[in-house]
Design a protein around this ligand. Sequence first.
Ligand code: RB5
Length: 145
Amino acid sequence: MKNLTIGICNDHAGTELKNFLMDALKDEVKLFVNFGTDSNDSCDYPDFAHPMAEAVESGKCDFGIAICGTGNGITMTCNKHQKIRGALSWEPEIAKLAREHNDANVVGIPARFISKEKALEIVKVFLSTKFEGGRHERRVAKIAL
Ligand code: RB5
């Protein structure tokens, strides 16, 4: 994890959790690039998701973390990008399998439905789990259009 540059994006529902995660993981990753709003004022998640997805697609960021109230809108937006495989995760095991089986490069977090501690666990397992390859390679290759 120490060598990873991580993009993070959020809307108003995810500002508090974004700050918590960046603080908790500041010594565990190389760099956080903050694409999200830093305000609690109502805003539109695609405005923050698209720039982060572009940074992950281009390789400027190794992985992305996408946070909104349900995690749905911001993950859906990221997944409009051909090279993004965003996985909405509400349990660490889902995040782990998303890396092992789907080679997910963005983890979606539902800020209004899980605790900060659970979100931290999810992000840690996501960033430290490797893609298994093998039979999953062929399936993942069929995802993009
Ligand atoms: C904002 O109220 C909320 O709709 C948004 O954070 C997210 O849950 C959308 O998918």
